[in-house]
Design a protein around this ligand. Structure first.
Ligand code: IPM
Ligand code: MG
Length: 356
């Protein structure tokens, strides 16, 4: 029997309800396989600000450091979005956590589920067979570079895009190692025709690529990449890019799957890793039993495979999700005619895991 301690950070908006379904699925995994999970819950984001005044409290950081993997829901609360006086913001909690845990690589797989090909606004013949992974740098670039401030009595603002050779090197290795397990192709997405940081990325990635002669490397400017993702997504295998470009392109790429509610992700570094859906907190949908839990459920499958070395259990979850999709037991984002609730989708996946 293997025992794993999981830190669950439900966060804001729909975060708590989608995490509840992912935990339900892990409990089904316990019943079927020789694994046991101990869940410890922590506060982050708006929920944490409410309770403690801080978006990523020290207690939460301790929980994150003392576990085998972290499950995170979502962050963001509209009460802070248009409030220029807000000094603490929910999103800062997520950024602090990524930075303090050293989670520099964000892995976001995107694929087409054949049953859902009609759900994508893109033409089926364009997206058929698309299967790519965005490898997004997560602790550098414009999100963290200093200085970042208002100047001239708030008449000017500055953010800084900063990358070091070391930061680029470590994420590049993640991308090439991943490519080796897939179709052996890395596309570096940058803006090297304009940005100095992008030129550094090109130089460093090109050098590292020579250590992986079996992996093909090509380059795309980010504006062109945004277009290629829509007109020819199957040209991509591993899409390697910096923080902000990765944020934008991964939302765009979710359109290929038919719903952003299907996209899981893993954030990894040198220590404990974090698993989260790529979508946000969708405050308008919170508490209504309409949020799609599948991205979070697929994130725990990634957790089992990547952090806990339980590939058989991970396969069982993915198979159960596939069957659930095939049966059409789906939330309104994917089934407008006969929608199921968040809970019903979670229960359906859990039931199918138990059945085997
Ligand atoms: C994401 C989100 C976050 C980001 C926000 C909530 C800070 O959009 O994980 O993609 O920009 O990284
Ligand atoms: Mg985003």
């Amino acid at each position: 029997m293997s025992n794993y301690k999981i830190t669950v950070l439900p966060g804001d908006g729909i975060g708590p309800e989608i995490c509840r379904e992912a935990v339900r699925v892990l409990e089904a995994v316990e019943s079927r396989f020789k694994v046991r999970f101990g869940f410890q819950y922590g506060l982050i984001g708006g929920a944490a600000i409410e309770a403690t005044g801080e978006s990523y409290p020290a207690d939460t950081h301790l929980l994150c450091q003392s576990c085998d993997a972290i499950l995170f829901g979502a962050i963001g609360d509209p009460r802070y979005d248009n409030n220029p006086n807000a000094t603490v913001r929910p999103e800062q909690g997520l950024l602090s956590m990524r930075s303090q845990l050293g989670l520099f690589a964000n892995i976001r797989p995107v694929k087409v589920w054949p049953e859902l090909v009609e759900e994508s606004p893109l033409k089926p013949e364009r997206i058929a067979g698309a299967d790519l992974v965005v490898v997004r740098e997560l602790t550098g670039g414009l999100y963290f570079g200093q200085p970042r401030e208002l100047r001239d009595e708030d008449q000017t603002a500055v953010d800084t895009c900063l990358y070091s050779v070391d930061e680029i090197t470590r994420i590049t290795r993640v991308a090439f190692r991943l490519a080796r397990q897939r179709r052996k192709k890395v596309t570096l997405v940058d803006k090297a025709n304009v940005l100095e940081t992008s030129r550094l990325w090109r130089r460093v990635v090109t050098v590292i690529a020579s250590e992986y002669p079996d992996v093909e490397l090509d380059y795309l400017f980010v504006d062109n990449a945004a277009m290629q993702l829509i007109i020819n997504p199957s040209r991509f295998d591993v899409l390697l890019t910096e923080n902000l470009f990765g944020d934008i392109l991964s939302d765009e790429a979710s359109v290929i799957s038919g719903s952003i509610g299907l996209l899981p992700s893993a954030s990894i570094g040198d220590g404990v890793a974090l698993y989260e859906p790529i979508h946000g907190s969708w405050p308008e949908g919170a508490g209504k039993n309409i949020a799609n839990p599948l991205a979070t459920i697929l994130s725990v499958a990634m957790m089992l495979r990547m952090s806990l070395n339980e590939p058989v259990a991970a396969d069982a979850i993915e198979k159960a999700v596939e069957e659930t999709i095939r049966k059409g037991v789906l939330t309104p984002d994917l089934n407008r005619q006969h929608p199921s609730g968040t809970r019903e989708v979670g229960e359906q996946v859990a039931k199918r895991i138990l059945k085997g």
